[in-house]
Ligand binder design. Structure first.
Ligand code: ADE
Length: 257
């Protein structure tokens, strides 16, 4: 059974070749694309391109529930979410990697839960990211010499629009990075007792910085970020222990009310 799942963008494609493509039907419809199964340095992984094979799902329309359900059905226990983010702080620079450790949810209308009744559940989110995977990704990125932040609070906005300057100034008081896709991916993974880690790569300073966005520069940074993510996945994934000692699955014990 494949135990590691990756949900990410085009940057992840280069890192493994699909040996098999599985069309999964879930109670929540189809995932963003058929799940691709392949190997990274000898470790079997399942991959879903979050925005679809042809980038047809904007952040607020991604079938998050189907994606997580499909991975669970294939046996995945640990989910790695790869996301591009904007920076809300000077010291989080374009090209940096962030091993996110907290989030603030500013999304508005997504499918946040598998428990819409009659079964009801409240899942603990105090420390939602898998500590075991976070440590491995941070230490490996450091070893590779990549600019990496051990922590970062990710504010997730609804999108697809970017923030106003006033919003950006507000978010910057509380968070380090900003994106559109972490929520509800992590909520759903947790509801099924799966580990979740986020590798965020900074593409731009958000509008608080009042710097004009240079599209060429952003494209260059994204290409470099893709390379870093691929190298990081290749080196870190074989280090993830098969047996989980992180306690992420224990949230299920305290969940039903
Ligand atoms: N993704 C990448 N950059 C972003 C930004 N500035 N705001 C929201 N999502 C992003």
């Amino acid at each position: 059974m494949v135990k590691i799942g990756i949900i990410g963008g085009s940057g992840v494609y280069g890192v493994f070749e699909a040996k098999e493509t599985v069309k999964v039907h879930t109670p929540y419809g189809r995932p963003s694309a058929p799940v691709e199964i392949g190997e990274i340095e000898g470790v079997e992984v399942a991959f879903i391109p979050r925005h679809g094979k042809h980038h047809e799902f904007p952040p607020h329309e991604v079938p998050y529930r189907a994606n997580i359900w499909a991975l669970k059905e294939l046996g995945v226990e640990r989910v790695i979410g790869v996301t591009a983010v904007g920076s809300l702080r000077e010291e989080y620079k374009p090209g940096d990697i962030v091993i996110t450790d907290q989030f603030i949810d500013f999304t508005k209308k997504r499918d946040y839960t598998f428990y819409n009744g009659p079964k009801v559940a409240h899942v603990s989110m105090a420390d939602p990211f898998c500590p075991e995977m976070r440590k491995i990704f941070y230490e490996t990125a450091k070893e590779l010499g990549f600019p990496v932040h051990e922590r970062g609070t990710y504010v997730c906005i609804e999108g697809p629009r970017f923030s106003t300057r006033a919003e950006s100034f507000m978010f910057r008081q509380y968070a380090h990075i900003i994106g559109m896709t972490l929520i509800p991916e992590i909520n759903l993974a947790r509801e099924l007792g799966m580990c979740y880690a986020n590798i965020a790569t900074v593409t731009d300073y958000d509008v608080w910085a009042e710097k004009p966005v240079d599209a060429q520069e952003v494209l260059k940074v994204m290409a470099e970020n893709n390379y870093k993510v691929q190298e990081l996945l290749k080196k870190a994934i074989p280090r993830i222990p098969e047996e989980r000692k992180c306690g992420c699955a224990d949230v299920l014990k305290s969940m039903f009310v």
